[in-house]
Design a protein. Structure first.
Length: 170
């Protein structure tokens, strides 16, 4: 590949992954075409995509960006997976798919630009943003719910007694 072509491909990779701070790497070389398509469909259902990249060009494209630590970890045949919504959900799906596809190798991941690399399995064990927000909402609502229950209990008893007294007087 000539230097001009390499520069063009590097620029395209840089443009495509500009602003991306979370991704993970898988090796799909042992999968046949039908299996690769199933994996791609599985990722597409989770608003994620997988692209095979040339390691040296990806390293050059990632330099100075949030994916730079991941670029250093690219070794051997690699496909890069990124997601629009939740990379964790895509990782969970591929960990489950790896049980069906023995040749699917899950490599390393970077999450939110953190320079510490994770395994894809570690990423899959993390909670998604939606799960965390649900827990926070539950924790915020629980004291209010408990207070409402306390206020409702005695109030209901007093109202019941007043009604019984009114009915008795009438």
């Amino acid at each position: 590949m000539s230097k001009t072509v390499k520069d063009m491909v590097t620029g395209e990779i840089r443009r495509r992954y500009d602003g991306v701070s979370s991704a993970f790497v898988v090796d799909v070389t042992g999968l046949d075409v039908q299996q690769q398509e199933k994996v791609r469909r599985l990722l597409t259902d989770r608003q994620a995509r997988m692209q095979v990249v040339k390691n040296s060009l990806a390293r050059r494209a990632f330099e100075g960006g949030p994916l730079a630590p991941l670029g250093k970890a690219l070794e051997g045949p690699c496909a890069l997976v990124v997601a629009k919504e939740s990379l964790i959900e895509a990782a969970k799906a591929l960990v489950a798919a790896a049980k069906d596809f023995a040749n699917l190798k899950l490599k390393t991941a970077i999450y939110e630009g953190d320079p510490g690399l994770l395994t894809v399995e570690q990423l899959a064990r993390m909670r998604t943003k939606r799960e965390i927000l649900g827990e926070v909402a539950m924790l915020i609502a629980s004291p209010g719910r408990a207070l409402a229950g306390c206020l409702r209990g005695p109030q209901a008893k007093v109202a019941g007694c007043l009604k019984a007294m009114a009915d008795k007087a009438a």
